[in-house]
Each structure stands twice: as C-alpha cells, then as structure tokens.
Ligand binder design. Structure first.
Ligand code: ZN
Length: 220
C-alpha cells in the first residue's frame, strides 16, 4: 500500500495519505478532509466542509430537478384528464340530447291519436250541448204555447240538464289521456334538463381544479 504526502488545505502542513484512506484529519489543525482519487488512483484532498457543501448543492439541484419533473408530470396528468373530461362531457351532452329527441318523437307519436280523441270528444260534447240547448229552449217554447203538458216540459228540461252534464264529462274524459301524456313527458324532460345541468356543473368544477394545476405548473 503506497502512502502519498499531500498538504493540508487549511494550514498547509504535510499530510501522509494511506492508499485506502477516504477521509483524513490534519494532525496539526484537525481539519477533516475527503480523499478523492483520479482515474490512476492518485489522491487529492478536499476540506470536508467544502465537500459537504458541494454535496448539499448537488442534492438541492437534484431536488429542484425532481420537483420540476413532478410538476411537469402533474401538469401532463392534469392536461390529459382535462381532455378526457371534456370528451366525456361532450358524450354525456350528446347522450342526453338524444334522450330528449327520443322523448320528443315519443310525444309526437303518442299525442297524435290522443289529440284526435280529445278533438272528437270536444265536438261530440258540443253536439250534446247543442242538443241540450235545443231541448231546453224547445221545452220553454212549448210551455209558452201550452201545447204539451207540464210533465213533458219538466221531463224535457231534466233531459237537457243530463245532456249538459254528459257533455261536460265527455269533454273532460276525452282530454284526460292527452293531459297525462303531457305531464309524463314534461317530467321526463325536466329530469333530462337536470341531468344536463348536473353534468355541466360537475365538469366545470373539475375543469377549474385542473386548470389551476396546469397554471400553477406553468408559473412554478
Ligand atoms: Zn492542517
């Protein structure tokens, strides 16, 4: 094992360096040194404080580099998620719009016969109403002319009243199925609207969070 003599980096005293030494302390001023070796194994001395300081700088540089990489990674993740989020949102909106279009088509198809039914109910109730008026007016005219007995007049007026009630009932019952369908479709349309609003609110909230991550990374 060869021993080389080098000088203390602090006081300049001669220091014998054994061939395998990694650290050595000056026997005069006690300054610790790190022994570094070049390719051919010849040693050189660095005061340990300085060496530690350099290692500290290296570690800080690595830390900064690592933080940069982590930020970049986070930023890329956020960009990727943002893209996915926007595409998912578009899909959801399209899906709900299709649901809405199907609902409209369903209403169109189902309401056609019900509108006919309501309109025919309306016209038949109008016919009943007309008949009731004719009977009623006829009854009073007959009473005025005194051509028929009082019993027949009372019977005619009662019949007119019954016909009027029937007319009102038939009008209401013929319009009911259409009203039910309208209510059903309105409720479904409201639900679709709520789903749309929910999807938009959820998307915007997450988008804001992701945009913040992306902006922070850009500034940092
Ligand atoms: Zn020394």
């Amino acid at each position: 094992m060869t021993t080389t003599n080098l000088n203390c980096r602090n006081c300049g005293s001669s220091l014998p360096i054994p061939g395998d030494a990694e650290f050595i302390r000056c026997q005069y001023c006690s300054t610790p040194h790190m022994v570094q070796r070049s390719g051919d194994g010849s040693p050189s001395l660095t005061m340990l404080e300085a060496a530690v300081e350099r290692v500290g700088q290296d570690v800080r540089a690595v830390d900064a580099k690592t933080a940069d990489l982590l930020r970049m990674n986070e930023q890329m993740g956020a960009r990727l998620e943002l893209t996915q989020l926007q595409s998912e949102y578009r899909d959801r909106v399209q899906q709900l719009n299709e649901q809405r279009a199907r609902l409209d088509a369903y209403f169109q198809q189902k309401s056609q016969p019900l509108i006919k039914k309501r309109d025919s109910g309306k016209s038949s109730s109008q016919s009943l109403g007309c008949l009731a008026i004719i009977l009623g007016v006829g009854g009073f005219m007959a009473a005025g002319a005194a051509e028929v007995g009082a019993g027949a007049i009372v019977g005619g007026v009662i019949l007119a009243g019954i016909l009027l009630l029937l007319a009102l009932a038939s009008r209401a019952s013929s319009a009911a199925p259409l009203k039910r369908l309208q209510r059903e479709c309105r409720e479904k349309a409201d639900r679709i609207k709520q789903e749309l609003a929910y999807a938009e609110a959820t998307m915007k909230k997450r988008q804001r969070e992701l945009q913040q991550v992306i902006n922070t990374s850009r500034d940092g």
